[in-house]
Design a protein around this ligand. Structure first.
Ligand code: 3PG
Length: 394
């Protein structure tokens, strides 16, 4: 970004790809972390006299306009944070976008409607994505990639457009990479990773890779049950990814071989139906056949906290339970509090974990870094190439 600012941007049209994929309740933003994180780059450009055009996605609409996924709440919030109106075009590259961009003045900021309302954005067909990228590029003189949470996606507004315009790394992407590199380069040990959330399948790659790097791996949340089952426990009606059992069994063996301490919950909160607040606490060796686990139990919370106490570096991704329901927020809170207490280098990655930290009212400055990227930070740690980054380096 500093290169672009040094070149001078006054009067130039700059297309900024941001990640404004915020959780919504109706049209209310329940966690505006990503909008706040997008402000510094946009403000720096606007303050320097650029005409800023923001493009972003929200959710996973089906390649056509869908009011549920409008960026209107994000545009309004961005306007509040910038202290200026951010006009939202009602389309992406159509007449409304053309007129909104045409009306931009120096230092002004506008937003295009959800880029995923156009099926070409996420198309696997290079030519389709390139065609959309051409239309987006026609609006601007330069491109700034600042949507860290989406740099792992090879999509038109992330990847292809960077080949159509002079392209620059945004301040947020720069800052995120700088911090995450500390987790791949010379980190201080013990290095402890805490993984949770529901989808084991999304995290299989990262687990395989992490086993070669970490000293200790703590597994909670929905994904813990596949691990418990792989260890021979019955998990009742808890979330279970049967098709991943063999691979998870392989991880258990691999962890042992490498001397990685794999820590699983020893007790859980169980209930008969998802969402019920009435629950029992049971050991993980006695989960009833007709019940499901929705949070790690009190002994597990203590165990996890004790396994974090001597850590020097911690990466945490994924809640320990259904934290949106207060009854099942205790496990996630315990991990978050242990990290706040710790003087290790602590990184929270992932929309859900970051939102949990804020929803539970924990101080954001209690962590060394809260990443705006979930999948992106995991893929970075996995050592995968991030298309939205490599395209800027090529
Ligand atoms: C995220 O929420 O992790 C990013 O905004 C990317 O969204 P996606 O997983 O729908 O591509």
């Amino acid at each position: 970004l500093s290169d672009l600012l040094a070149e001078g941007v006054a009067g130039r049209r700059v297309l900024v790809r941001a990640d404004l994929n915020v959780p919504l309740d109706g049209d209310k933003i329940t966690d505006d972390g990503r909008v706040r994180a997008s402000v510094p780059t946009i403000k720096a450009l606007a303050d320097a006299g650029a005409r800023v055009i923001v493009t972003a996605h929200l959710g996973r609409p089906k390649g056509e306009p869908d009011p549920k996924f409008s960026l209107a709440p994000a545009a309004a919030r961005l306007g509040e944070l910038l202290g200026t109106e951010v006009a939202l075009a009602s389309d992406l590259v159509g007449p409304s976008a053309t007129s909104v961009v045409g009306a931009l003045t120096d230092g002004g900021v506008v937003m295009l409607e959800n880029v995923r309302f156009d099926a070409r954005e996420t198309s696997k067909d290079d030519a389709e994505r390139a065609a959309l990228a051409d239309e987006l590029a026609a609006f601007a003189d330069a491109f700034v990639s600042d949507g860290f949470g989406v740099v792992h996606r090879k999509q038109a507004s992330v990847y292809d457009v960077a080949q159509k315009l002079p392209a620059y790394v945004g301040g947020l992407v720069e800052a995120e990479l700088k911090v995450l590199k500390k987790l791949t380069d010379d980190l201080e040990r013990p290095y402890v990773v805490v993984l949770g959330g529901a989808k084991v399948s999304d995290k299989l790659g990262v687990i395989a890779n992490l086993l070669a790097k970490v000293d200790r791996l703590l597994i909670g949340g929905g994904m813990a049950y596949t691990f418990l089952k792989a260890q021979g426990h019955e998990v009742g009606t808890s979330l279970l990814q049967e098709d991943q059992l063999d691979q998870v069994k392989g991880f258990l063996t691999e962890a042992e071989k490498r001397g990685v301490e794999l820590v699983l919950p020893v007790d859980v909160l169980v209930t008969a139906e998802f969402g019920n607040v009435e629950h029992d606490v049971v050991g993980t060796d006695s989960i009833p056949a007709d019940k499901m686990g929705l949070d790690i139990g009190p002994k597990s919370r203590e165990l996890f906290a004790s396994k974090l106490a001597d850590a020097r570096t911690v990466f945490w991704n994924g809640p320990m339970g259904v934290f949106e329901i207060e009854t099942y927020a205790g496990g996630t809170r315990a991990v978050a509090e242990a990290l706040v207490k710790s003087d290790a280098f602590t990184v929270v990655g992932g929309g859900d974990s970051a939102a949990a930290v804020r929803a539970l009212g924990l101080p954001e400055d209690g962590f060394s870094h809260i990443s705006t990227g979930g999948g992106a930070s995991l893929e970075f740690l996995e050592g995968k190439e991030l298309p939205g980054i490599s395209v800027l380096e090529s």
